[in-house]
Design a protein around this ligand. Structure first.
Ligand SMILES: Nc1ncnc2c1ncn2[C@@H]1O[C@H](COP(=O)(O)OP(=O)(O)O)[C@@H](O)[C@H]1O
Ligand SMILES: C[C@@](O)(CCOP(=O)(O)O)CC(=O)O
Length: 896
């Protein structure tokens, strides 16, 4: 007999195994990729489909398998796969959803208290009642839509908290994240269990929100065909996994080999089935809603708790319910449908209709049903993958036949309206199929669309170039690092067909423009073969300039800057959007960096635009499983950010956007100059202090870069000599920063010398400015600090090296004298993070400080700091310090 400590599958997910992996596969790819748990499970014949080991016993002693109740290779494959797609350490497959709950509740002892929802699945309710009567377990049912109702019940006696969200069949939303946090605080010993059947791991992964154990009835979405019964349990905690493995082996309810095979097969199509089912469910829900029925569906704007659901889940799912006001009418509707099968359960490819009070929830006492607000006339619809037009037409015919709606003659054709008691007339709406046609024209992306509908916040740093600016454009290595002044891009959804861009600050003239996507943008100019980010399509750029952004002679410099920035946005949008996928969005950009001052504001802006648009068009994604942005996706952002830089700059080297995306400190060499291009991370830079001083003299990078190119053409020998010397400077700086034998004092002496030399070369290239020389003089005397221009020069910023030994009070004196002279000094740390994404579906990201969290409403949430940040307002009105601070606390950031 096998050891009761069953081996549980080790996750081998491409996303989990190695967080520094090259590629984070999307969920649908993970579903269809069944990995071998380890070499030992590789099929001996290399079968493409996991074989069914239809064997009760296995020969030999001491092998991995002996008896299929304890372990079976087909089941091991399945459990391994389920762990992977659920982002969990352990997964178990058992004989039904109720068997899963049975395994979990075997942890309970007499006297233990369970806090559970009051709108639970009937079978769950039945098992809890059994445990109450026969197992001495105390069960409290509460309304989980209000997390405060649980608080008085949480204490040392609480052994388990059992939750569902959305609930079945009323689709009530529980804030799993908030409840889990409360339970951990008040009853840390309690096990938080979530029934995730309504969502499946595709749409919701409660382990990421604090749950300890999650179970699914795999009879539903996971398998998808109503041809098997199965339950799945996932968890991350080894001790809980051990206990459950023991129970499964001891009670013998593990899933059979054949059902394991079927379930494994079913999971491969989970994402694609769910996308279709969910998209049709949305159409059905809005159709019924427009007819005036009371519809329960988290995809509808007015659904209670919708914001919470959007924070913790990736879509509203494919189950909805509605009431008609009359039980007999509901029964007639259910009976009149032809395509919708009258059946319990949900999640299959076939659409189902039912009346929970007489079917799935009949086991709940009618009195209790009433107390818990379960309406007797409630109809539940479980949407399948049939053609949406057929499903809607069938439902409409059933509603007509049952007398719930009637046809109306309207001038534009035949409409329908709901028949109200007493013959009153409700709103007339179009026939279902016409409505569907309209909807699918405006938006046909189903679930993907739903995921993209959310608010998104990205940010990218500016940079300081210590050595090699300008020369880097001509193939010389530059040494640059990220600064802690950043640009922020905030995207929110808009009604279909609109695009809006806002720069809510003076320096860009408070630019705010909205476009009707199909009408106002020059789509004809988009080339048929989609341009890559490496080549600027002059025709498209010209068309954008011409048709939209008229430069008139009286234009202010601020307006001209904004217009150039808007070109970057429209150009990238028009190339990334396809005719089928033109997302309606509003991007607001705000920066704590001084613009046009040599600190790379344009690159951090371009990085924010590129990442927001790549994410919103689905070209890249942030893995909520591994909490990371893959290096390929980061590179893709970098390529498009470079496109933005090209639009703004003409001939950028790419150093600024590389620092904005990758952060840290880099030795960057542009390719194509006979030297090997690429970038190398430099350590040791982070501990060096710098003072950045904005001269407040504005200048134009494009013109300055052009000026150097002209000088190179006119005086090639002079400029080539300067370039060679700057290359030596960068090489020496790189070597010194990495030299462990060099003392700190030695490092500063070397860097000071190189700073002086590099600045002198930039003077020869003609990019200094009297104000920069003045800043150099003011920091040199009497303080002895070394300063050079940084970035394009011609004004803009200077960078001053501050040695370790330099007194804080002296630094303050330097800053004071600079301020008195009208300059703006910044003490900034360098070498920090690159591109960051705050993704609202992130678990920790979406705490009470989440960008989509609603303002505090309960006394409890008022105790939480910075609750309910309204990012739009912060971006539009907050001071730079306030902006940086509040945004950093807005949730969990994922950085490149
Ligand atoms: N936060 C921002 N929002 C919109 N556009 C921006 C932002 N920051 C920079 N830009 C664009 O970049 C231009 C500045 O680029 P550039 O002259 O190269 O200065 P920098 O040295 O700061 O990169 C601005 O004129 C504007 O067009
Ligand atoms: C002058 C240059 O080396 C740096 C430009 O920096 P900035 O735009 O002044 O922040 C140009 C470039 O590398 O693209």
């Amino acid at each position: 007999m096998a050891d009761h400590n069953l081996p549980t599958p080790e996750p081998d997910s491409p996303a989990l195994k190695n967080l520094n992996l090259k590629r984070n596969y999307h969920f649908s790819t993970q579903c269809v990729t069944i990995d071998s748990p380890d070499a030992g499970h590789k099929d001996q014949h290399g079968a493409s489909s996991v074989p069914i080991y239809q064997s009760a016993t296995f020969k030999g002693v001491g092998g991995e398998y002996d008896y299929s109740r304890s372990g079976n290779p087909t089941r091991t494959h399945l459990e391994h796969h389920l762990a992977k797609i659920s982002g969990a350490r352990h997964a178990f497959a058992v004989s039904s959803g109720m068997a899963a709950l049975d395994v979990i509740t075997r942890m309970l002892k007499p006297g233990d208290e369970v806090v559970a929802g009051d709108d639970l699945y009937g079978g769950t309710n039945r098992l809890l009642t059994y445990l109450k009567v026969h197992g001495g377990v105390k069960v409290h049912h509460v309304d989980t839509t209000d997390p405060t109702t649980l608080l008085p019940l949480l204490g040392p006696g609480t052994a388990m908290v059992l939750l569902e969200s959305p609930t079945n069949p009323l689709l009530k939303i529980a804030d799993l994240q908030k409840i889990a946090a409360d339970v951990k605080e008040r009853a840390p010993q309690a096990v938080i269990v979530v029934d995730n059947t309504m969502m499946s791991p595709y749409l919701q992964r409660p382990l990421e929100h604090g749950a300890d154990i999650v179970y699914d009835s795999a009879t539903k979405y996971l398998s998808g065909h109503h041809d098997l019964m199965a339950g799945v349990i996932v968890c991350n905690k080894d001790d809980l996994a051990k206990q459950m493995a023991f129970v499964i082996n001891a009670s013998g309810n593990a899933l059979t080999p054949f059902d394991s095979f079927l379930l494994l097969r079913g999971t491969k199509t989970l994402a694609i089935r769910m996308d279709r089912q969910q998209s049709t469910a949305m159409s059905v829900a809005s159709y019924l809603d427009q007819l005036g029925f009371k519809v329960n569906y988290p995809g509808l704007a007015n659904h209670p708790g919708r914001e919470i659901h959007e924070r913790i889940a990736n879509g509203p799912g494919a189950v909805l319910s509605f009431t008609t006001g009359d039980t007999a009418l509901s029964e007639r509707i259910v009976g009149a449908t032809r395509l919708w099968g009258i059946s319990v359960s949900f999640g299959a490819v076939n659409s189902l209709i039912s009346m929970p009070c007489v079917m799935s929830h009949a086991s709940i006492d009618p009195k209790v049903r009433k107390e818990r607000g379960l309406p007797e006339d409630l109809i539940r619809l479980c949407v399948g993958i049939e053609d949406p037009a057929d499903l809607l037409a069938d439902l409409e015919t059933a509603l007509l036949e049952a007398g719930a709606i009637k046809e109306e003659d309207v001038t534009n054709g035949i409409g329908i309206s709901r028949i109200l008691p007493g013959g009153a007339r409700d709103t007339v709406v179009s026939r279902a199929v016409e409505k569907l046609k309209f909807e699918s024209n405006s938006d046909s992306l189903g679930l993907e669309r739903d995921q993209r509908r959310k608010e998104l916040l990205v940010s990218a740093p500016g940079k300081v170039i210590l050595f090699g600016e300008h020369a880097v454009v001509h193939g010389v290595t530059a040494i640059a690092a990220a600064v802690d002044l950043r640009c922020y891009g905030h995207t929110t959804p808009l009604p279909a067909g609109q695009l809006r861009l806002t720069f809510p600050f003076d320096e860009l003239d408070h630019f705010d423009q909205t476009w009707v996507i199909d009408k106002d943008l020059p789509w004809d100019a988009v080339p048929t073969s989609v341009p890559t980010p490496d080549v600027l399509d002059a025709k498209l750029l010209g068309a954008i300039q011409q048709s939209l952004l008229h430069h008139d002679q009286n234009e202010t410099p601020a307006r001209a800057r904004a217009v150039s920035a808007a070109q970057v946005f429209l150009y990238i949008y028009m190339i990334l959007a396809s005719p089928e996928n033109r997302p309606s969005l509003h991007l607001t950009v705000r920066s704590t960096l001084p613009l046009g001052a040599g600190l790379g504001s344009s690159a951090s802006y371009s990085t924010c635009v590129a990442s927001s648009l790549l994410l919103k068009t689905g070209h890249i994604s942030v893995s909520t499983l591994s909490h990371s942005i893959s290096s390929e996706d980061a590179e893709e952002v970098n390529r498009w950010a470079f496109t933005g830089e090209k639009i703004l700059h003409g001939n950028p080297s790419g150093v600024d956007n590389s620092v904005a995306v990758f952060g840290g400190a880099l030795a960057f060499t542009r390719s194509g100059f006979g030297r090997q291009g690429g970038m190398e991370k430099i350590q040791g830079f982070q501990s060096v202090r710098f003072l950045l001083t904005d001269s407040r003299v504005s200048r134009n990078t494009k013109k300055l870069v052009e000026g150097v190119a002209l000088k190179k053409a006119q005086e090639p020998e002079l400029v080539d000599g300067v370039l060679r010397s700057i290359q030596e400077i960068s090489d020496r700086a790189k070597a010194s920063l990495a030299d462990p034998a060099l003392s700190r004092a030695g490092l500063f002496t070397e860097l000071e010398h190189l700073i002086e030399k590099n600045h002198d070369h930039l003077v020869v290239l003609g990019v200094s400015h009297p104000v920069l020389e003045d800043i150099r003089a003011k920091t040199r005397e009497p303080h002895g600090l070394r300063t050079k221009l940084t970035g394009a020069g011609g004004g803009g910023c200077a960078v001053t090296l501050v040695p370790d030994a330099f007194q804080e009070s002296a630094l303050q004196d330097v800053q004071k004298s600079l301020i008195e002279a009208g300059y703006k000094p910044y003490t900034t740390s360098v070498g920090g993070t690159g591109l960051g994404v705050l993704w609202p579906t992130e678990s920790e990201a979406a705490g009470p400080d989440s960008p989509i969290a609603t303002p505090p409403q309960t006394p409890h949430s008022e105790q939480l700091p910075a609750a309910g940040i309204d990012l739009k307002t912060v971006l539009a009105t907050g001071s730079d310090e306030d902006l940086a601070d509040r945004i950093s606390r807005a949730g969990k950031w994922i950085f490149v």
